[in-house]
Design a binder for this molecule. Structure first.
Ligand SMILES: [Zn+2]
Length: 196
């Protein structure tokens, strides 16, 4: 085994040999995202994770995306109570009224941000001056649960009325959309560039 292979295996140990999780690690995790609907989708999925494992979310991801119309921000912002009841009956999703309501609430908040900043992407990437934050972790145990950046983003989003955006959820979100790169040193998927 070469070093890269070892680092790759170590880096994706949280994927627990689940093919969907390995694919998430290899193709999406820490990859910069600029698409507003996808940035909203990831925020929603991270919120759905609260109190559960990311693996549960990934296993249900396709059904969750279908239930929320691929997280089309405009459409989700218009979901009414009948739609919430419909989603609550869907066994393929995470059936939490609080989380479903939060997704709908957050879609409305994203629309306000788009009106103010031009795009949700401009808002999210504005916290780092459109730069990636590349950590040099050698072990997953070194990965913080939250940091100064995630606390700042969380605080601002809470002030704007977002729900399920605590600093731990937001840290994971910032990794998910590529603002933070926490691939371990030596993982072939690590991208050392701060530029986007
Ligand atoms: Zn990795």
């Amino acid at each position: 085994m070469n070093t890269n292979h070892d680092a790759h295996q170590k880096c994706l140990s949280w994927a627990k040999s689940n093919p969907l999780m390995i694919r998430y690690h290899d193709e999406r995790w820490c990859v910069p995202c600029f698409d507003d609907d996808e940035l909203f989708a990831m925020l929603s999925l991270e919120g759905m994770q609260a109190g559960l494992s990311w693996e549960i979310v990934i296993n249900k991801e396709a059904s969750i995306r279908a239930a929320f119309l691929d997280f089309d921000i405009e459409k989700v912002a218009k979901f009414d109570e009948a739609k919430v009841v419909e989603i609550l009956q869907n066994t393929g999703v995470i059936r939490s009224r609080a989380k479903i309501n939060a997704v709908i609430n957050n879609a409305k908040m994203v629309l306000k941000i788009k009106a103010e900043f031009g795009s949700f992407s401009a808002y999210i990437w504005g916290f780092t001056g459109r730069k990636r934050v590349v950590h040099e972790l050698r072990d997953l145990a070194e990965m913080p649960a939250q940091n100064e950046l995630s606390r700042a983003v969380s605080k601002d989003m809470k002030k704007r009325g977002f729900k399920f955006v605590g600093p731990v959820i937001i840290y994971s979100y910032l990794q998910g959309v590529g603002v933070i790169d926490d691939h371990l040193v030596g993982c072939p998927h690590k991208n050392y560039s701060e530029q986007i």
